[in-house]
Design a protein around this ligand. Sequence first.
Ligand SMILES: Cc1cc2nc3c(=O)[nH]c(=O)nc-3n(C[C@H](O)[C@H](O)[C@H](O)COP(=O)(O)OP(=O)(O)OC[C@H]3O[C@@H](n4cnc5c(N)ncnc54)[C@H](O)[C@@H]3O)c2cc1C
Length: 494
Amino acid sequence: MTDTTGATPVRGPALDRIARRLAAVLPPGAVITDPVRLRTYECDGLTHHRAVPGVVVLPETAGQIAAVVRICNEYGVPFVARGAGTGLSGGALPRTDGVLVVTSRMRRVLEVDLPNRRAVVEPGVTNLAITEAVRPHGYYYAPDPSSQQVCTIGGNVAENSGGAHCLKYGFTVNHVLALEIVTPDGDIVTLDADDPGYDLLGAFVGSEGTLGITTKVTVRLLRAPEAVTTLLAAFGSIEQGGRAVSAIIGGGIVPAAIEMMDALAIEAAEAAVACAYPAGAGAVLIVELDGPAAETALQSAEVERVCLESGAFELRTAADPAERAAIWKGRRSAFAAVGRISPAYIVQDGVVPRTALPGVLASIDRLSAEHGIRVANVFHAGDGNLHPLVLFDDAEPGAAERAEAVSGRILDLCVEHGGSITGEHGVGVDKARYMPKMFTDDDLDTMQLVRCAFDSRGLSNPGKVFPTPRLCGEVPGVRRGAHPLVESGRAEQF
Ligand SMILES: Cc1cc2nc3c(=O)[nH]c(=O)nc-3n(C[C@H](O)[C@H](O)[C@H](O)COP(=O)(O)OP(=O)(O)OC[C@H]3O[C@@H](n4cnc5c(N)ncnc54)[C@H](O)[C@@H]3O)c2cc1C
């Protein structure tokens, strides 16, 4: 694998000098320059993009991150924040010419304030750890990415992450009340949902590390629902399952989650975790209802009726938490499970309007047949967020290219149907080239102006999100000024 950032590694005296400066502001052992240890951080969940970071730092406080960022500014080197590295768009891909700021030593739940239904946590706290800290009191943190056992809240904020239950409860942006951030200049500031004026908190959430580094997050806590009902419905085909989804939502029910898997995804889950979904299913639908017990009982009867009317040949309702977990097991393992039926795969993430789902799925089938590439479909059916898993054999010449072509065409389909190139995995380095398919040059320039308002030197996670990175005030495509590390023998890279 090659360095996919296009940057020239910072080596020699420049790197040594920066590393010495960083060591002076960080605790012992918090600066990594050993080439073998640096390799640990060379990619995130998008493993075909790799770059060995110039330096890795493991700060413990916001003050230390601010000091690191100020040193980066002094030397004009880029910095990239990293949480758990589970991102699927290469957002945490390091720079060989820069500093990777890893939040793994910032894992404290600082405050739980139940009367105000909020918790304050450090950025390296995992998503699930927040719920675990408040569950004994009957509360939870709602956004639930499938990676929640390991991904960090700092990464969730940067990606505006979602999960199966975001249909009813909203994405990360709906659950963050305040952030403490280190700006790209090295100042520590707070962005609060109650701040008057522009919604800078809203702008920061989902900015993929390009507007600064989150050092503290205040999240909203929800009361655990009185009742949860989980149903599994098996259909002969995706079309029947799709009909059920439309009828459930069209009938005024908003389930907490409504997830669908097609036959190939079921086959993979079966091979990996023996989830025992009904044999012969062309699609399964998982519908979860929560709320007051009387309401969920009524809704669950209605969902059963609609599923049967839409062609379901088997229905199961979880009788207890163990059965509920068994129903979810196959869905939660779906991404990793395809590794059981294919040597390599691409996890795609796109959105289409719910009503366009049947047409888009049929087009994906056609693409799959035309290119001889299998596609397993797993999706948050309620909000049209597709996760096609494009399977290929990386030992077969040309297969990776064909898979990449299918994957790209799927994004085209999403855009053509008025959807989006990403539902929750972000743009990162992987999808930057697709941004012009959704946005005009004017749109992108306007976004760039926002970026420049936060980060006038383009040092915070450069090379991500935007297809043609440029510095503030530059004419598109024309670079200005020399990089301070020209002395290290390389040209300006960002
Ligand atoms: C098996 C699997 C299942 C997944 N399921 C889901 C899912 O259901 N829903 C979903 O939305 N995503 C999902 N993801 C994607 C991923 O887990 C999320 O994007 C997650 O939020 C990334 O968190 P992280 O801590 O791993 O961040 P990283 O991968 O380390 O970083 C992600 C981005 O956040 C930035 N970042 C990290 N920390 C900070 C910080 N403190 N300040 C500023 N920027 C920061 C990085 O620079 C990068 O741009 C899944 C991934 C895997 C591997």
